[in-house]
Design a protein around this ligand. Structure first.
Ligand code: ADP
Ligand code: ZN
Length: 614
């Protein structure tokens, strides 16, 4: 409980001092997960690598040691937006922090240097290329440096999905700043990427802290697309009013189209992609960050460094590129630890497209095979039958993983039926038709319903052999066979044709050695929909609704006056706690998570007033 006397005469261990700073400055009662261990390592002056899930609280791992150790802590971060947020948050919490970036004017930069050289800062944020400029390094090596934190360290790895060549230069820091502890932090790194980080950043002998990839606040679900996904996305968004969400679309056009369609339905949506000019992109980003209710429809050009904590859902209108991308993109929801959702729409043609793209790349066969495997693993999870969260965590190398109990597959395990006989018919038909028809025609052929069939087609032994199934069931089955690689799609300039897939596997099905089970897709799509809605309603109507709303509107005004995003004042989670506990005194308020000393001093009385009046 507050207040904590930082300068108390009793002897504290460094970790106790760190815990006191966590309470006093950041307003959190105790360390979470591996935070304490990472901090202890850095405080002991050793290098470290920490892989903590998004929202796991990576920042305090370097912020607190930077505040405790003599000198300024350097933080390397890939994006200006990311730095701006963190620095703003720190300043709000009363920490002496600044950033040196290319946006600053010459005057601003020299002011920062003056203060830095006067030893005023605990933390300085820089981009990798900014830090590695000779004149910057020249000045910094003469300063007392507390530590160097490398945020989003996976950017150094070519193996990963966010490779940034500038990050490679950071390897030189080991020689430039001998004796300064370096801490690499990231949220997504499989074993291979971790190896790269160690090698590139010269952290070979340092300890590695890898937290669980569990994100218990995230409810995952995925659905096969039924035709174009727009209508379904609109439905999902409209079931989740008054909250912020991100929708990922696979193309710029798709992004613009969806944003327009949502706007037409009264949803405050904006589009974001690399085809927009920088100014428009920035405006839209700022709008999104500052709003409590905004829907960002974006390509993957949007994302890294967007730390908006109160994103309540991420919807993939088109599936992500890999499991890493999935976890990172979905992971942008619920960063404040409050319940959030990740919903992915996917189709067999998306998978086919992903494979085609890999085939077109000029890379070695080994790399191509590796990438193909990643695509397969992604779709195995998306179209799978077992817990999604567990599948992701196992993918990242976690052992002893339990099912999450809350994803769509845990809540409503899909019913499956044996469809081997039907599969044999479909494969035989695809074979007889010689890869010359699309999936609709293939189903029609099996049903014997093809419009204007040729004599030759009617003469085939597979003509009309599948009348026992509905057209929808045949389409599901054909999808299933595509997902399993038993059928293959040939793009044919946008009018895909269906042919036989992997020969060995097809023969195994013919011989009855391999079973095909069909997942009842319609059955699971419906409950997901209903759950989404009731969950949305539940979250909308807490008992403390009025007070929570009043606190939000106070926060909105306060943030607007200062020109900062609302969440740097207080997170939703903090406002939620205030609304349920209704603190009457500053002391009570200090006990709420996220209320540190500086925020208590600045906003305490105003918040208490809002509580009294509502
Ligand atoms: P990330 O690991 O994604 O960079 P952040 O450092 O931004 O995460 O922290 C995510 C959220 O968790 C923030 O709201 C932060 O205030 C909160 N947080 C960090 N450490 C703790 C803690 N020990 N207890 C409670 N909340 C914490
Ligand atoms: Zn689950």
């Amino acid at each position: 409980m507050l207040p904590v006397m930082l300068d108390s005469p009793t002897l504290e261990t460094p970790l106790e001092t760190a815990a006191a700073i966590l309470r006093r400055t950041f307003g959190h009662a105790q360390f979470r997960g591996l935070q304490a261990e990472v901090i202890a390592e850095v405080l002991a002056g050793r290098h470290a690598m920490a892989v903590l899930p998004t929202g796991g609280g990576k920042s305090v791992c370097f912020q607190i040691p930077a505040m405790m150790r003599p000198g300024v802590g350097l933080v390397v971060s890939p994006l200006i937006a990311l730095m701006a947020d963190q620095v703003e948050g720190l300043v709000q919490s009363g920490v002496a922090a600044a950033r040196l970036d290319s946006d600053a004017t010459l005057d601003e930069r020299s002011a920062i240097w003056r203060r830095l050289e006067a030893g005023e800062f605990d933390l300085l944020y820089l981009s990798p290329e900014g830090l590695m400029q000779p004149h910057t390094l020249d000045r910094l090596v003469r300063q007392n440096i507390a530590l160097i934190a490398i945020d989003e360290a996976h950017c150094v790895s070519q193996w990963g999905h966010d490779f940034r060549p500038e990050y490679r230069m950071l390897g030189r820091l080991a020689q430039l700043f001998p004796g300064v502890p370096r801490l690499a932090v990231t949220a997504t790194a499989d074993a291979r990427t971790r190896e790269d980080i160690r090698a590139e950043l010269q952290l070979e002998d340092s300890r590695e802290f890898v937290a669980s990839f569990a994100r218990p606040e995230l409810r995952l679900s995925a659905e096969r697309k039924q035709g174009r996904s727009d209508a379904r996305v609109i439905e999902l968004v409209k079931a989740r009013p008054n909250r912020s969400g991100v929708i990922y679309s696979g193309s710029r056009d798709g992004t613009d189209r969806l944003a327009e369609a949502l706007k037409a339905q009264g949803v405050p949506a904006v589009a974001y992609h690399a085809g927009l000019d920088r100014k428009t992109r920035n405006e839209r980003l700022m709008h999104f960050l500052n709003a409590e209710e905004a829907v960002m429809v974006a390509t993957i050009a949007f994302g890294m460094g967007v730390d908006k904590p109160d994103v309540r859902y991420v919807i993939h209108a088109d599936p992500p590129a890999s499991m890493e991308a999935y976890w990172q993109e979905i992971g942008r929801a619920g960063r404040d630890g409050e319940p959030a959702e990740g919903i992915t729409l996917y189709g067999s043609s998306d998978m086919a497209w992903a494979f085609r793209r890999i085939e077109g790349r000029e890379v070695s066969d080994t790399v191509r095979q590796g990438q193909g495997r990643k695509v397969r693993q992604l779709y195995a999870m998306l179209d799978g039958m077992n817990c999604r969260a567990a599948a992701v965590r196992r993918y990242f190398g976690e052992e002893g993983v339990q099912v999450c109990g809350q994803c769509d597959l845990c809540l409503a395990p899909p019913e499956s039926v044996d469809a081997t006989t039907a599969a044999q018919k479909a494969l035989a038909a695809a074979h007889r038709l010689g890869g010359r028809v699309g999936r609709g025609r293939l189903a029609d052929h099996l049903l014997g319903k093809t419009k204007d069939p040729s004599q030759t087609e009617q003469a085939l032994s597979t003509w009309g052999i599948g009348k026992e199934l509905s057209p929808a069931a045949w389409r599901d089955l054909i999808d299933q066979l595509l997902f399993e690689g038993l059928l293959k799609e040939d793009p044919n300039d946008g009018r895909p044709l269906i042919g036989l897939g992997d020969g060995e596997a097809v023969r195994a099905v013919y011989r009855g050695e391999r079973a095909v089970t069909l997942r009842k897709v319609e059955e699971i799509a419906r409950p997901t929909r209903k759950r989404g809605k009731s969950e949305a309603q539940a979250a909308q109507a807490p008992e403390h609704h009025t007070l929570f709303d009043a606190l939000r509107s106070w926060r909105r005004n306060t943030a607007a006056e200062q020109g900062v995003p609302p969440y740097v004042i207080f997170h939703d989670r903090t406002l939620g706690e205030i609304a349920s506990f209704r603190p009457a005194t500053l002391n009570d308020l200090a006990g709420i998570g996220g209320v540190g000393q500086a925020k208590l001093d600045h906003y305490g009385l105003a918040v208490l007033k809002v509580v009294r009046e509502n």
